[in-house]
Design a protein around this ligand. Structure first.
Ligand code: C2E
Ligand code: MG
Ligand code: MG
Ligand code: MG
Length: 283
């Protein structure tokens, strides 16, 4: 009121600042694709039983021309609100599938490419057809694609989610629950959702081996996942002790800075070539 006029202010100046920044980001996001500011990075996973690269996760990245980069945690929610997630999501999926098909054509050992899907994208009526179209256009066989979804997403509309998951798996696409342990985690739902694997959230991996709760939960998720016939992946693995713990508990694959950070397509191609024959040794 002190400021007069009919404008409004948030109570905390930081909130005002955040709101303004969101508006600016939202505006820039509209043209980010055309301006070539969006990119995809590829983070390889390590198979703990076979000591080989096994799978790659595609991660979107956004870099301004001045070099500043914006986290997907920040702009994906904006893309969801504005509906930009549909074109952006299709773009990422197309790029990731094309890259994977390209690696196969180069004769590299075939990898499963994981792509993140957000809630609005997943429940969009055209989602399933879009996935079919992208696979056809890029020539990638469905079994080399995995979609990463979160539990809280699936819980938004359980029946619709079950139907979509069944259709995707019928097609041959794999489905993995991402950030597992942070959402609902109702065991009965896990049984009811037709999925192929679980990715344990990095917040649990962080506390290994010091935090008793995190180690107990991680061990329990691995055992439970295996009992249900699911593959179990750990994300955010940064330290040797975490790797040793996960290997001992029988975790199937790991992803994290200890192995490799997200890489450019060129870097990842180099890595796949380098390791096409020999197995990988981690101390
Ligand atoms: P996420 O799917 O759980 O991806 C893993 C995140 O952890 C990535 O962050 C990755 O760079 C980061 N990470 C990998 N290894 C380590 C590690 O050892 N330590 C730590 N601390 N972090 C590690 P990023 O790229 O910032 O992505 C954040 C989230 O944004 C993703 O989490 C995912 O939910 C979302 N996202 C990323 N790309 C896409 C996309 O193409 N579409 C959609 N809908 N969401 C995306
Ligand atoms: Mg993911
Ligand atoms: Mg994850
Ligand atoms: Mg995560």
């Amino acid at each position: 009121k002190e400021m007069g006029g009919h404008g409004f202010q948030f109570y905390f100046p930081e909130m005002n600042e955040y709101f303004l920044q969101s508006l600016v980001l939202e505006n820039r996001l509209h043209t980010a694709l055309e301006r070539n500011e969006l990119g995809v990075r590829y983070q390889p996973l390590l198979h703990l039983h076979r000591s080989r690269i096994s799978g790659v996760e595609a991660l979107i990245c956004w870099r301004y021309p001045d070099g500043e980069s914006i986290s997907p945690e920040r702009f994906i929610p904006l893309a969801e609100e504005t509906g930009l997630i549909e074109p952006i999501g299709e773009w990422v999926l197309t790029r990731a599938c094309r890259q994977n098909h390209h690696w196969q054509q180069q004769g590299l050992p075939p990898q499963r490419m994981a792509v993140n899907v957000s809630v609005r994208q997943f429940f969009h009526p055209g989602f399933f057809d879009m996935v079919c179209r992208v696979l056809e256009n890029t020539g990638l066989a469905p079994k080399w694609l995995a979609l990463e979804l979160t539990e809280s997403m699936l819980m938004q509309d359980v029946e619709q989610a079950r139907k979509l998951l069944a259709d995707l798996r019928q097609l041959g696409v794999k489905v993995v629950i991402d950030d597992f342990g942070t959402g609902y985690s109702s065991l009965s739902y896990l049984k009811r959702f037709p999925v192929d694997g679980l990715k344990i959230d990095q917040s649990f991996i962080e506390g290994i081996p010091r935090d008793h709760g995190d180690t107990a939960l991680t061990a329990a998720i691995i055992a439970m996942g295996h009992a249900l016939g699911l593959e179990v992946i750990a994300e955010g693995v940064e330290r040797l002790e975490q790797y040793r713990f996960l290997k001992e508990k029988g975790c199937d694959r790991i992803q994290g800075y200890l192995f490799h950070p997200p890489l450019t397509a060129e870097e990842c191609t180099g890595l796949l070539m380098e390791h096409r024959m020999e197995s990988i040794v981690i101390a």
